[in-house]
Design a protein around this ligand. Structure first.
Ligand code: C2E
Ligand code: CA
Ligand code: CA
Ligand code: CA
Length: 279
């Protein structure tokens, strides 16, 4: 059936309106989420493939909407970044993750680390170093057990700013990871100059690593680069034994992915720590 231009415009307009209304509703709901305690954290173990032991965790933010249930971070984090809410929520994440780490260090293993994602917006803002300072003082965890994850693209978008912020973070004694490594455009000279501790190889290179020669070669080059620069490597998104075997053989120190563990509720993460304590 033929549609007039006008009819199509009306439909388009309604769809746009609906999207705009949804977005406003999402924003309004997010504004209340912190006070209503709808945010919580999951923890995904980071494992040494050599012995299969958990060395640390990445804290991953979760939002349980009272009506819609779990909302994926990819949906609500961009909204929080655009509205500036990410600063308050990011500070909450940092504090909650460090408190949880303190518990687990006391109960299970003082060497455990906690990785916390820092958004590009938090990184460009002025609060980050102050927030980290306060959380370290409040929780009393050893600074070197906290790793801040910044995406390669956020860091390289303003590498001069990164030099200053990373220097301040280093002075506090915390560690810095470049997240989603390989998906941004790193300047080799900044990679050398920035005080980075860890490269996290993005899942897109790890996934089906055993099926593509070029992926294997890229991972090998990243491992060589990390070795040359004295950095640790975490391979993200390891899902299969074949991927794991290759990464272990190539000398990846640490891996993270569904093969070992999905992101876990705190009680399940504690159980994983308890079980390996006995083994
Ligand atoms: P990311 O930092 O790259 O985190 C890793 C994502 O990969 C997580 O998704 C994790 O659940 C998922 N993942 C881990 N292993 C596997 C695997 O083997 N296979 C597959 N397919 N996926 C795997 P999640 O939790 O949905 O988080 C998505 C993104 O949201 C994160 O990507 C990060 O950019 C952002 N995010 C999550 N929590 C926070 C937070 O507290 N603050 C900020 N600023 N961003 C966060
Ligand atoms: Ca991350
Ligand atoms: Ca990542
Ligand atoms: Ca990612």
């Amino acid at each position: 059936a033929k549609q007039t231009g006008r009819a199509r415009w009306v439909m388009f307009d309604q769809t746009m309106q609906l999207a705009a209304v949804r977005r406003l509703q999402l924003e309004a709901d997010l504004r209340d989420a912190l006070a209503r305690q709808e945010f919580f954290l999951h923890f995904q173990p980071i494992v040494a493939p050599r012995d299969g032991r958990v060395r640390g965790f990445e804290a991953l933010l979760r939002w349980r909407h009272p009506v819609h249930g779990l909302v994926p971070p990819a949906e609500f984090i961009p909204v929080m970044e655009e509205t500036g809410m990410i600063d308050a929520v990011g500070a909450w994440v940092l504090d909650a993750a460090c408190r949880q780490l303190r518990d687990w260090q006391r109960t299970y293993d003082p060497q455990l680390t906690m990785s916390v994602n820092v958004s590009a917006v938090q990184f460009t803002g002025e609060d980050l170093v102050g927030t980290v300072t306060r959380v370290l003082a409040d929780t009393g965890i050893p600074p070197a057990s906290l790793k801040l994850e910044l995406t390669e693209s956020a860091v390289m978008a303003d590498a001069e700013h990164a030099l200053a912020v990373f220097a301040a973070l280093k002075a506090l004694g915390v560690l810095v990871s470049l997240d989603d490594f390989g998906t941004g455009y790193s300047s080799l000279s900044y990679l050398r100059r920035l005080p980075i501790d860890t490269l996290k190889i993005d899942r897109s290179f790890v996934s089906k690593l055993d099926c593509f020669d070029d992926k294997r070669q890229i991972v090998e080059v990243v491992l060589m680069l990390a070795r040359a620069l004295g950095l640790d490597v975490v391979a993200e998104g390891v899902e299969t034994e074949a991927e794991l075997d290759l990464l272990r053989d190539m000398g990846s120190d640490l891996v993270q992915g569904y093969y070992y563990y999905r992101p876990l509720a705190p009680e399940d993460a504690a159980r994983a720590l308890a079980e390996q304590g006995q083994g």
